[in-house]
Design a protein around this ligand. Structure first.
Ligand code: HEC
Length: 202
């Protein structure tokens, strides 16, 4: 009888542990939900960066040279879709409006349509496009070295090279992609130091 009782208590203890575990899990997942919502993204941990690199870089990558391209680099899109006072919401809506149904009528990049044809429709989700746009708007993105000169030349100076990032001052990896065209001496110390950290992270 004693043995029976202790087996019983072991079983109930085990059951108790399992159910405790369950509650812990539930709490844990609640906590992570909250964490996701309150995360302040940096250039390196922003989810939009990864999505952009996996879904858009097939065609829009910054490393292919000008003559071998099949689509403009992402920075070209950023430059055409931003003006001095474009809000993040306007930027995101404009990108989504095109991507959800690409057409010649909606283009802001006639030269690109002429050269490459209209972007083929792909079933991207609005959520992904929002994250990508958020990343592009907030951070300086990787761009080809030839781009700045190219856009100003092609548009006779009318189109501005735009690749600022509101948050990149505080982010290490944003610096690694920063192509600062200013001479060494004019670059701020702040802009130079974090590059070392970014290299160590690789
Ligand atoms: C299969 C190749 C391909 C992929 C993948 C691709 N694009 Fe494009 N995209 C193009 C081409 C080609 C153009 C240039 C022609 C044009 O503007 O329609 C373009 C142009 C654009 C434009 C500018 C449209 C305009 O004319 O105003 C936006 C915005 C855009 N892409 C967003 C994206 C985003 C965001 C992704 C990833 C989620 C993506 N594209 C993935 C081929 C692609």
């Amino acid at each position: 009888m004693k043995k029976y009782l202790s087996t019983l208590s072991i079983i109930s203890l085990a059951l108790l542990l399992v159910s405790c575990n369950d509650t812990k899990k539930a709490n844990y997942s609640n906590q992570t939900d909250v964490e996701v919502k309150t995360t302040i993204y940096t250039a390196s941990n922003h989810p939009g960066k990864k999505i952009m690199e996996s879904k858009c870089y097939v065609c829009h990558n910054p490393s292919t040279d000008h003559d071998s391209r099949i689509a403009p680099p992402m920075v070209a899109i950023k430059s055409h879709y931003l003006s001095n006072d474009t809000s993040k919401e306007e930027f995101t809506n404009a990108v989504w409006s095109f991507v959800k149904q690409p057409s010649k009528d909606k283009t802001k990049m006639r030269g690109a349509v002429k050269r490459f044809g209209v972007m083929p429709y792909q079933p991207f989700s609005e959520e992904d496009i929002k994250l990508i746009s958020d990343y592009m708007y907030d951070f300086k993105i990787d761009e080809p070295e030839w781009f700045k000169e190219h856009i100003e030349e092609e548009s006779n100076g009318k189109m501005k090279h735009r690749n600022s990032g509101k948050k990149d001052e505080s982010s290490a990896s944003a610096k690694s992609s920063l192509r600062d065209s200013r001479p060494e001496g004019e670059q701020s110390v702040k802009a130079n130091t974090p590059v070392i950290e970014a290299k160590n992270m690789l």
